[in-house]
Design a protein around this ligand. Sequence first.
Ligand SMILES: Cc1cc2nc3c(=O)[nH]c(=O)nc-3n(C[C@H](O)[C@H](O)[C@H](O)COP(=O)(O)O)c2cc1C
Length: 320
Amino acid sequence: MRRRKAPPAAVVDPAVQVGPLQLPGPIVAASGTFGHGDEVARSCDPTALGAVTAKSLAAYEWPGNPAPRLHPAPGGGMLNSVGLQGPGVAHWVDAELPALRRCGARVIASIWGRTVGEFDEAARLLAPAAAELVAVEINVSCPNLEDRARVFAHDPDATRAVVNAVVARGLGLPILAKLSPNTSELLEVARAAIDAGADALTLVNTVVAFAVDPNTRLPVLGAGNGGLSGPPIKPVALRAVHDVTRALPGVAVLGTGGVNSGLDAVEMLMAGASAVGVGTATFRDPRAAVRIHDELLAWCAAHGVTRVADLTGCLEEGDV
Ligand SMILES: Cc1cc2nc3c(=O)[nH]c(=O)nc-3n(C[C@H](O)[C@H](O)[C@H](O)COP(=O)(O)O)c2cc1C
C-alpha cells in the first residue's frame, strides 16, 4: 500500500472524541463500504482516518440478497440491496481482521442479527478480538424475526433489547448503535439505545428505496427494495443528526450519509456530529475518505478553526 504524503503544517488539530471513543481524525469509513479486510485499505491509507468500520457481520455466514444488488440513483446516489452478505464473525476475526490491522487501521467491528439472541452470539464471538478493535457498532437496521420482521431500529423496545444484550457481554469497548432514518420514532429509538448502554450513535443507515425497470417491467433490484445512499441522503442524515443531538444533549453522534467533500463534513459536524462517516463516496473513489479528511482540515485552516472538534454543534440558530 502506498502511504500518502502528509498534508502541510499541522495547524489544525484533527482529533475528535465520539463519546468515550478517542479518534486521531474525524473521518470514519462507513460499514459495508470499505470491505471486510484490507481490500480498500490497499489503495486508501487507513492510518489517515479516524477509524475504519468493517462490514456488518452476523454470528454465521450469510449469503446476502439475489442479484442485481447495485443500481445508480439520481443525483449521484446509489441503491444497494447487498443484504449483509458476510463470512460470519469468527471467520472475519481469523481471516480478515488481521490484514486490516496490518494496514494500521483502527477498526470498528459491526454486528447484526435477526433475533436478540443472534446479536448476543455475534458479540460473544467478537470477544476474542476485542483487543484488536477500537469499538463495536451494532447495526440494528435489520429485520427482527421475533416481531414479524419489523426492523429493530424502528422499535425502541427491540433496540433496547439488542443494545442491552451486547452491553451485557462486557467487551470492554465503546458501543455505537447505528440507527435507521426510516422511522418516525428516531428520537425514541435513539433514547432507548442510550438508556440501554450505547456510548454513542451512528446516524444514519441507508434510506429505504425502490427502482423500476420500464423495459422489463420488473423491479431493478433482485430483492425489490434497496437502500439509497450518497449525496441525495445528505439532508436526511443532517436532519437526523441535528434532531437527535438537540433532543439528547451530550449524546455523541457519528454523522453518516451523503458526505462527499470536506464541506459536507463541516456541515455534518456543525449539525451536531462528533465525527463523520464516509460510505458511498468510497465506491466512486477508493481514496475519497482521505481526500475528505484533507479538505476538511484545509477548510478549518482557511476559517481560523484550530480544532476540528470545535465544529461539533456550532450551528448558530435560535429556538427553531
Ligand atoms: C453497498 C453498501 C453496503 C452497506 N453495508 C452496510 C453494512 O453492512 N452495515 C451497515 O451498518 N451499513 C451498511 N451500509 C450503509 C453505510 O454504512 C452508510 O450508513 C450509508 O450508506 C450512508 O452513508 P453514505 O451516503 O456515505 O454511503 C452500506 C451501504 C452501501 C452503499
